[in-house]
Every structure is written in C-alpha cells, then in structure tokens.
Ligand binder design. Structure first.
Ligand code: PLP
Length: 385
C-alpha cells in the first residue's frame, strides 16, 4: 500500500512510552510530562491581539505570496540585524517558512539528487535524516559525542563520503543535547564547506532561548558563511508560537531561491495574518523573550539540583529548554524512561529516540512549572536510583 519511502521510515520508538503513558493516565496516575519540547506558556498577548486584528482584514484572506510578505521579510531582516548583527537583504536573502520543520524537510528536495550524501548529526532532530531520505539522498551520521562538546568531528568523515556529500545540517544551541557552539566552530564549518563544496544549513530554532548572559551567535555572522549556507530561525520556541507555524530562512541568495522553488510547487505560503502577527513579534518589545528565559532558567536550576541530587551527572546548560542527562549504569535509555514513567509517573524522552548516539542519555524538557518539577524531583528521589 505505502510507498517505499514510508515503508523505510524507522520504527516509531516512542510507541512503548506512549502506551505506558496512556495506561498510567487511565489508572488515574498524575503524570508529569517532561517529554515534549513545546512551550507550556501562551503566546504573548500583544502578538495574539495583532493576529486578531489582522484576521479581520479581508486583505489577509487571499493566497499569500510564495516568498512571504515583504513586510515580514523586512521585519525578519531587521530582527537579524538587531539580535545577531548580520546584514540580510529582505528581498533576496529571506524566505518565510511554515515553521522551520517545513524548511528542513524541503531543503533536501531542492539540492539532493539520488545517492547524494547529506551529513546529519546524531543525536538530532529526526527531520534532517528523514527529509534527506524522502529526497532520495543518503544520510551520513556525524556522531555528537560528549567528549567533543556534542560538536561533530569533521575530520572523522571519510573521504569517500566527503566526495559525495552535498549538504550538512547543524543545530546550535542544540536539541537534544543543549550544547552550544562558538564562532570558532562555525569558522571551521565554513572552511570545511568551502574545501568540500558542501551546503550548510544551520537550524537556529533555539537562538533566543539562552541563560546566564549567553548569546547564541548566528552561523551567518562568520566570514564566508553567506557563500555556503543558510540559517533557519523559528518563531515557535522564541515567542511560544509552535502552533502558528511561522519561521524564516535567511542566507545565500541562490540557496534561498532553490528552497523557494520547491515551496512554490508544494505549498502556497504562510497565512498573511500569521505573518502580520509575526511582524509584531519580531519588531515589538523583546521583553517577553527575556521573561520566558527567566522562567526556564528557574526551572533549569530546580531540575539540575534535583537530578544531581539523585546522582546524575548533568551539565549546567546555557541554552534550550532541554536537559540532557546521562542515565545511571544498568539501564538503557528506553528502560530508564520506562522506569521513570511506571514507578514515578514522569515522562522523559529516551535518548535513543534521537539516534543511536543518543543511547545512554535521557532528555527532560523544562515545560512544566517549578512546582511540578519539584514534585518530579521528589518522586525521583524516592526511586533511590
Ligand atoms: C522545535 C524544533 C524545530 C521546529 O520548529 P518549527 O519552527 O516549529 O517547525 C526545528 N528544529 C529543531 C532542532 C527543533 O527542536
């Protein structure tokens, strides 16, 4: 019945967890879900208000432009200048996306021929690999190892793979490891990309979710990056807008145009009213972003203390709302998350769900209140791991 590309999809690893969760809920257990990477707080009200106004304007009811409203692209370019100090041409170097997932999934269709290789990190957001496979490309796994700060070791990629490699995905601040990259890593990537003729796609979905004064650099802020790559920014995590589906790509004009060609033949752009709300998000006060970060920072501190208290060696992360914890010996990641769920009513994501190199870790998302996180910690203490 299904096409080969669907039959070839990896098994859905979270099925067992989903099942146990449903069973626990049916039994009336008060489940604390630290599994999903979806902000629990609402979209800031000034953005919601702007949407309400925009949706009443019949001008927004028609087909949007394929490349996105110029006003939105201008707002995106200005936001890039203000927050990342990069110069972007809104007309030619910016493209509205229906969420960055859409961009990630469509990029390989624009650049990858059958048998081209795409360098994909592991553990990672699964869409890099699946988008590659849907386009007929071959993912080559770049392991993200703790001893390398969860950065890929570019020197470890074999020459025959490099010869076939056409594109690479990177993502810092990183989901699921919460690792960050500094400018020198991006410089190394640019040089590598130029030497090997590789397109770089930097997924910067967590660019603003930062703590302790840390600022996440733009890949495009590095010399030469604009020659080799594009960067994806999303309003989802930054402005609690996951349900709205709005993001944008910026960077190399030829690459932006390539992705635009795919999109213009598949979708018809993002709803103009949503883009208008996006303009409000990008150009309005950014206080809502720092307020959210303060909330996550407090949660992080509570969970960090709790996890360390039960003997898990967790690093203090400077970005993202994930905590990537090495699991105690004697368990694999699936077994440990089953234990947390069945014995403590806590949902956390087994690392292996993000790829083979995620084994040995579990991911907690800081998407519950401090009270609920405290409750989760108290329950974990009782487990005496
Ligand atoms: C959440 C997430 C996305 C998806 O963002 P959308 O803009 O909502 O599609 C993309 N990349 C990573 C790494 C994410 O964690």
């Amino acid at each position: 019945m299904y096409a080969d590309r669907i039959n070839a999809l990896p098994p859905y690893l979270f099925a067992a967890i989903d099942e146990s969760k449903a069973r626990m809920l049916a039994k009336g257990v008060d489940v604390i879900d630290l599994g999903i990477g979806d902000p629990d707080q609402p979209t800031p009200s000034h953005i919601v208000e702007s949407m309400c106004q925009a949706v009443r304007d019949p001008a927004t009811h028609r087909y949007p432009s394929y490349t996105g409203m110029l006003e939105f692209r201008k707002a995106a370019a200005r936001w890039c200048k203000e927050t990342k100090d990069i110069n972007i041409d809104p007309a030619n170097q910016t493209l509205t996306l229906i969420g960055s997932k859409e961009g990630v999934a469509h990029i390989p269709l624009a650049f990858i021929n059958p048998d081209d290789v795409v360098l994909c990190p592991d553990p990672a957001y699964p869409v890099y690999k699946i988008g590659t496979q849907f386009a007929g490309g071959e993912p080559f796994i770049m392991p993200l190892l703790e001893e390398n700060g969860f950065l890929p070791d570019l020197d470890a990629i074999p020459a025959d793979m490099l010869a076939r490699a056409k594109l690479m995905f990177i993502n810092y601040p990183n989901n699921p490891t919460s690792a960050i990259a500094d400018r020198s890593f991006f410089e190394e990537v640019v040089e590598f990309a130029k030497d090997n003729n590789i397109i770089v796609v930097h997924d910067n979905a967590y660019s603003e979710m930062v703590y302790d004064g840390y600022q996440a650099p733009s890949f495009l802020s590095v010399d030469g990056a604009m020659d080799v790559g594009i960067e994806l920014y999303s309003l989802s995590k930054t402005y609690n807008m996951t349900g709205w589906r709005l993001a944008f790509a910026v960077g190399n004009e030829t690459l932006i145009r390539g992705l635009g060609k795919v999109k213009s033949n598949i979708d018809s752009g993002a709803f103009d009213a949503i883009q208008k709300a996006g303009i409000t998000a990008l150009t309005g006060s950014q206080q809502c972003v720092s307020d959210m970060n303060l909330i996550y920072e407090k949660r992080r501190d509570v969970l960090l203390k709790g996890l360390r208290g039960i003997g898990l060696d967790v690093k203090t992360q400077k970005a993202t709302f994930y905590m990537w914890a090495p699991i105690p010996s004697g368990y694999d990641s699936m077994g440990f998350s089953q234990l947390l769920l069945e014995k403590a009513g806590i949902v956390a994501t087994p690392g292996v769900g993000f790829g083979q190199y995620g084994e040995g870790y579990i991911r907690f998302a800081l998407t519950q209140s401090v009270d609920r996180i405290n409750e989760a910690v108290a329950r974990m203490e009782k487990l005496r791991i």
